[in-house]
Write a protein that binds this ligand. Structure first.
Ligand SMILES: Nc1ncnc2c1ncn2[C@@H]1O[C@H](COP(=O)(O)OP(=O)(O)OP(=O)(O)O)[C@@H](O)[C@H]1O
Length: 556
């Protein structure tokens, strides 16, 4: 500044400049001062000063101080310059340590300093530089064009590293990616995220801006999984976007566990079998189609509002587990593949899930009545006595309690419960029978049953029926009727709507990763049309399914 202006700086600034070095005395500077004082004391032959003087002058202590100072300096820098300066320090410390006492620690330190990672030179080539780059988003072969707007084409790696080392805050790279970026294991891996991830809330991510946020249920394309902790991925919904960092399977699982353990202890009812519900069975219904009486087998009214009674008595899993037991115990990513049902294959099972009263049964009923030759429900099993006008295998499969319990123990029930001392349930066999008849089986299920139904044989397509806003429900549900613990055909009360909204949120938070499709049931006709097209899409168009379903196809 003095040269440019051709004069001196104003007085005030000069004074300030003088004071600064006083404030920032380094440890080595203090040590030099102490040594000067000690050397004076040595001349006066003060007891023990000679030994202290020698100790403080030893080169290995100076080496340690140097390391300390450098690290202090680096700590204040973002990003930390661990390149040229670090190597220079490395060489200096190796030199200083030659004179240090031969203790085990010093030997270990020497060994570390000689390790190839620390001794690597940028002259070893651009490839090394690209590999060790900040965010693991650069590949060997990428052509670096600009760093923070500074053209770097044709510069030596050392020069580029210098620019990087002097950079503060965010570093912007402009590069031409190598045309054949390596993809792990030759084939690209696709996964369904089974948990949410927010890089900006993760203090452990090497570069938060390079992180890829995702929500459970989203399909990710993993482009690199060479690193044990951080993978690179893109969302299939936006494959043109840059890949971002995501925690590896192992790391995300560890994070989930740590989060789970950090929560205050609460009993986890969901770990117990939650498949036994208090049911409220209403008699079967008949539906007419074009004046024709059509009996729709297995079409009992939902008992889910009665299940609400059970929920009130013993709080549900989602209200107790802060992070949900399922997601804590399960793998954070599920490998998926694109699957399209062959026209001659059996249909995929359609499962409707939703909070009580949202309209699951209404939509299912409308779908089945629209074409009973194409759609059918599964005929439930019961232990109650067959009535005179009923036919075994039409309204119900009538079985003994022993047979029913055997089916439960051998995991052949998707869902079951007890009503007035009798057992009722939907079996896998009943679903299989509909599918084998060439029809599309449509059932409703409590979300806890999803895991059991998700098999390669049934390949279920899960549709979540979501309530619209409470305001919208107040309008649309004026004439709607619900079943409560005690009443059939009762009007919706405000608390029913609130509970529906709450319950939907919990379901999405706990089971959202399994939903293939979400339909908001605001307008019945529109929701019915959406359901019909979703069901056809599930059967006729490619969908993401767990990879294990497809691999298992070859198994018996
Ligand atoms: N979009 C809608 N607009 C108006 N009324 C609706 C709508 N969807 C459903 N309903 C009505 O709401 C009431 C409850 O629907 P439905 O019985 O299908 O609910 P559900 O989700 O099966 O719950 P439950 O298990 O209690 O039967 C029915 O009277 C139904 O006709």
């Amino acid at each position: 500044a003095e040269k440019k202006d051709g004069g001196s700086l104003p007085k005030k600034k000069k004074q300030k400049k003088k004071k600064k070095p006083q404030k920032n005395k380094s440890v080595s500077h203090v040590l030099t001062l102490v040594l000067q004082e000690l050397s004076l004391l040595c001349k006066r032959d003060v007891n023990g000063v000679g030994m202290l003087y020698d100790l403080l002058r030893s080169r290995w202590l100076q080496a340690l101080l140097k390391i300390y100072e450098c690290l202090q300096h680096y700590l204040g820098k973002r990003p930390a310059p661990v390149t040229l300066q670090a190597r220079a320090l490395n060489r200096e410390v190796i030199e200083l340590l030659r004179e240090a006492p031969q203790s085990g620690e010093i030997k270990e330190l020497r060994r570390l300093l000689h390790s190839p990672h620390l001794k690597a030179s940028p002259a070893q080539g651009k490839e090394k530089f690209a590999h060790g780059a900040l965010c693991r988003l650069l590949y060997a072969g990428d052509k670096l064009v600009e760093v923070n707007g500074v053209p770097v084409e044709g510069l030596e790696p050392e020069q580029v590293i210098n620019i990087l080392a002097l950079s503060q805050g965010t570093i912007m790279f402009k590069l031409i990616p190598v045309s054949d970026r390596p993809v792990s294991n030759q084939t690209t891996l696709y996964v369904r995220a089974m948990a949410d991830y927010w890089p900006l809330q993760d203090p452990a991510i090497p570069c938060a801006d390079a992180g890829l946020p995702f929500k459970k249920g989203e399909i990710l394309q993993i482009v690199d999984q060479n690193d044990a902790l951080w993978w690179q991925a893109r969302k299939v919904s936006d494959l043109s976007a840059c890949a971002g960092l995501i925690p590896s399977n192992h790391l995300l699982k560890r994070k989930q566990r740590e989060f789970w353990w950090s929560q205050p202890f609460q009993p986890h009812l969901c770990l117990k079998s939650s498949m036994l519900f208090v049911l409220c069975i209403l008699e079967e219904e008949e539906f007419g189609e074009f004046g024709q009486r059509v009996f729709i087998a297995g079409f009992r009214r939902s008992m889910r509002l009665c299940r609400r009674k059970a929920r009130l008595n013993q709080q549900s899993c989602s209200s107790r587990c802060p992070s949900s037991c399922c997601s804590t115990l399960a793998a954070p990513y599920e490998e998926v593949v694109r699957y399209q049902r062959h026209p001659t294959d059996r249909h995929r099972l359609i499962i409707l899930v939703g909070p009580a009263g949202v309209g699951v049964n209404e939509l299912r009923r409308r779908l089945i009545t629209s074409n009973p030759r194409e759609f059918q429900s599964a005929i439930p099993h019961t232990t109650r006595v067959q009535k005179s006008y009923e036919m075994n295998g039409r309204e119900y499969h009538y079985v003994s309690k022993e047979t029913f319990e055997n089916m439960v123990y051998s995991h052949r029930m998707l869902e079951y419960g007890e009503y007035k001392g009798y057992l009722y349930g939907t079996s896998i066999d009943a679903v299989r029978a509909v599918l084998e008849a060439g029809k599309i089986c449509v059932i409703d299920l409590e979300p806890q049953g999803i895991q059991i139904a998700r098999t390669y044989e049934l390949k279920p397509y899960i549709i979540f029926i979501k309530p619209p806003s409470i305001g919208c429900m107040r309008q649309t549900r004026k004439n709607a009727r619900i079943i409560t613990d005690y009443y059939v055909n009762m009007k919706f009360k405000e608390e029913d709507l609130q509970e529906m909204e709450e319950s939907a949120k919990k379901m999405e938070a706990q089971f959202g990763q399994f939903f293939d499709q979400v339909i908001v049931n605001d307008n019945l006709q529109e929701a019915s049309a959406q359901l019909l097209s979703a069901v056809h899409r599930a059967q006729d168009e490619p969908q993401w399914v767990p990879a294990i379903w497809i691999c298992s196809d070859t198994q018996p």
